[in-house]
Design a protein around this ligand. Structure first.
Ligand code: SF4
Length: 235
């Protein structure tokens, strides 16, 4: 197990025992997050709903299917991104219906999200809906007033000591309930696709450079130190 996966596993065990807010009383499962521990793209949404709480997995059901389709438009499979939420337990009304997160729950739970970001170190964060946009954007120095003002825009900044790009968009559930959001969310995912293309081209370029440098080094001589001859990454 690599270090990042190990750190995520430890953090998940901590969340499983969490009682920092009252949502632990009504949860069936925590929904910690899913995806590769070294993903380039992290998707941060709001909170688990009924299906997620039952299965312990983010984005199952109709909104999950729509998210998968939107991700496909970017050329990325769902399994290639790390998906998580602001809250790890489902917020419910007294009738056990879904409800939006409360500020005290966000305050209690987001230290876990911060640690996920620190471990995964994504280059691109896509926020889904107003709760995640209004949490992440101020952390990189931008104010949040409304989804209409920020969706589909590219924000660059430093988050937890790492350069990061943030693109907010609407929650896929909004597009399911109100078709007026469908075009906007699809257009936003086109922007996300172009940003990912830039990211992957940059990393391909870095790998290509690395390979070319190694070919030159290897031809030059064998006087290089042993640590370098062993083809350690040099970039
Ligand atoms: S929502 Fe977060 S803070 Fe509240 S009990 Fe669940 S894991 Fe803990």
């Amino acid at each position: 197990m690599n270090n990042r996966a190990g750190f995520l596993e430890k953090l998940e065990s901590e969340v499983e025992n969490c009682r920092r807010c009252s949502l632990y009383k009504t949860r069936t499962n925590i929904v910690f997050g899913a995806g590769p521990a070294n993903a380039e793209l992290m998707i941060v949404s709001e909170a688990p709903g009924f299906n997620e709480d039952q299965k312990g997995v983010p984005f199952v059901g109709a909104a999950g299917e729509l998210l998968n389709k939107l991700l496909k438009m970017t050329g990325l499979k769902r399994e290639e991104s790390y998906i998580c939420n602001i809250l790890k337990c489902r917020p419910v009304t007294s009738n056990l219906e879904n409800r939006p997160p409360r500020s005290e729950e966000i305050e209690a739970c987001t230290p876990f999200l911060d640690r996920q970001i620190e471990i995964v170190k994504p280059n691109l964060i896509v926020t889904l809906g107003r709760y995640s946009a209004s949490y992440i954007l101020p952390k990189i120095g931008y104010s949040f007033r409304s989804m209409a003002g920020v969706h589909g825009k590219t924000f660059r900044g430093c988050l937890l000591n790492k350069a990061v790009t943030v693109i907010p968009t609407y929650h896929p559930a909004a597009a399911l309930y109100n078709p007026k959001y469908k075009d906007a969310i699809e257009e936003d995912f086109r922007v996300i696709g172009r940003e990912l293309e830039k990211l992957f081209n940059t990393s391909r370029l870095r790998c290509g450079l690395s390979d070319r440098l190694w070919q030159v080094q290897e031809k030059k001589d064998m006087k290089l130190p042993r640590s370098i001859r062993s083809r350690q990454p040099i970039l």
